[in-house]
Design a protein around this ligand. Structure first.
Ligand code: HEM
Length: 395
């Protein structure tokens, strides 16, 4: 079997996985990682679930090889330090201690309670977009601010501090900024979250941070780490789904019409957009702790395994006619939120945001369309989360 040379991430078409990956036969492929080490790439649906379900694969990222050079750790850094509370990079039982404390706060029931506030956030952004007039960059006016403001609601960021919070978050994730600028903004944000945790402990309100701060289970540093994880895990992912998802819908007006006019379609549309776009296009990444046989081969202890979600979510044995985009498809088994113990904690929140945001946008601006030819929309193929850098629209 031919060995892949690092993970190809440039998509010939923004909505399709790289052609080289789609053409690979089988479900598990040897791959030379960006640092020269040999590891694996999983492209089969059943194999992806098997890896994500298997405790012999670690998620601490210790010793993980980078699938692309941009993900290599800074030179000289060999051992990663996982900040307290950053449980996405912990294995069980450490991981489950945090997860148990948080799961109840992200249930469907809890999220439904947030629904009116999320709708207000969305309507507020649409009002602002209308006030600013056409053309507009949908990323700046819609895709980025909505998840940021929703996280403010969840964490209990006071109203008069939201613009500062949003501005710092935007600086931390904006790829036009240098690594130093982004690092400085991320540091500012963590400082702010630490201070906010302190305030919530002293004067609790009706929000997640206050509940956790007064619950007595997490110390100050742990809670700051949890807040930072919630922000980083929930912001760019949702923003890229809103940006790239709107781009896809604008390129398929008949599908956009269904989302606009049929309230029953929003739910399946979200799953299909998640399946079709797979914005988490590099990973999940795991490191084998033991030799593990898979798909007729052996993954050796210490080797890195990358799950290729864009191809896994197009596995024809799970999704018939996988390249057909159909907002009425029941794609609930899609793996865009991962699977197993690390499957996305915020998935019900993300689903709710998207279920409300796409139809609201399309209804508010029924003539919404791209303001530039589709080929000119700038993409972010080498970022950890795939998406559009800007989405010029008019109406
Ligand atoms: C469309 C938006 C989103 C996408 C595509 C997404 C995707 C993912 C994926 C793929 C993972 C698993 C990584 C792995 O298996 O290693 C994950 C984990 C996680 N996500 Fe999301 N996510 C989204 C939104 C959110 C939101 C809104 C929040 C919270 C506010 C959130 C919080 C988390 C957390 C805390 C984890 C770690 C869970 C754990 O390790 O137990 N995510 N997400």
């Amino acid at each position: 079997m031919e060995t892949l040379k690092a993970l190809p991430v440039e998509r010939e078409d923004p909505f399709q996985p790289p052609a080289l990956l789609k053409e690979l036969p089988g479900s598990l492929h040897p791959m030379t990682y960006a640092d020269g080490r040999l590891g694996w790439l999983v492209t089969g649906y059943a194999e992806a679930r098997a890896v994500l379900d298997d405790p012999r694969f670690s998620n601490t990222q210790q010793g993980a090889a980078p699938p692309i050079k941009e993900l290599a750790p800074p030179e000289g850094l060999t051992d990663l330090v996982i900040p307290p509370g950053f449980f996405i990079a912990m294995d069980d039982p450490e991981h489950s201690r945090y997860r148990k404390l948080l799961t109840g706060h992200f249930s469907m029931r809890k999220m439904r309670k947030l629904e009116p506030r999320i709708q207000e956030v969305i309507d507020g952004q649409l009002d602002e977009m209308a006030r600013g007039g056409a053309p507009a960059d949908l990323v700046k006016t819609f895709a980025l601010p909505i998840p940021s403001l929703v996280i403010c609601e969840l964490l209990g960021v006071p109203y008069d501090e939201r613009s500062r919070f949003q501005d710092t978050t935007a600086r931390a994730v904006n790829l036009d900024n240098t690594v130093e600028q982004r690092g400085a903004a991320a540091g500012e944000l963590m400082g702010y979250l630490s201070e906010l945790v302190g305030r919530k402990r002293a004067e609790p309100g009706q929000d997640l941070l206050s509940e956790l701060a007064t619950g007595g289970e997490l110390d100050h540093e742990e809670l700051t780490g949890v807040a930072t994880l919630l922000l980083t895990a929930g912001h760019e992912t949702t923003a890229n789904m809103l940006g790239l998802g709107t781009f896809l819908l604008l390129c398929h007006p008949e599908q956009a019409d269904l989302v606009r006019t049929d309230p029953g379609v929003a739910e399946s549309a979200v799953e299909e957009l998640m399946r079709y776009l797979s914005v988490t296009h590099i990973g999940p990444i795991r490191v084998a702790r033991a030799d593990v046989p898979l798909a007729g081969q052996t993954i050796k202890a210490g080797q890195t395994v990358t799950i290729c979600l864009p191809v896994v979510n197009r596995d024809p044995s799970r999704f018939p006619a996988p390249d057909h985009f159909d907002v009425t498809r029941q794609a609930t088994q899609q793996l865009g939120f991962s699977h197993g113990i690390h499957q996305c904690l915020g998935q019900q929140l993300a689903r709710l945001e998207m279920r409300l945001a796409y139809p609201a946008l399309l209804r508010r601006f029924p003539t919404l369309r791209l303001a530039v030819p589709a080929e000119e929309v700038p993409l972010r193929p080498r970022a950890a989360i795939y998406g559009v850098a800007a989405l010029p629209v008019t109406w």
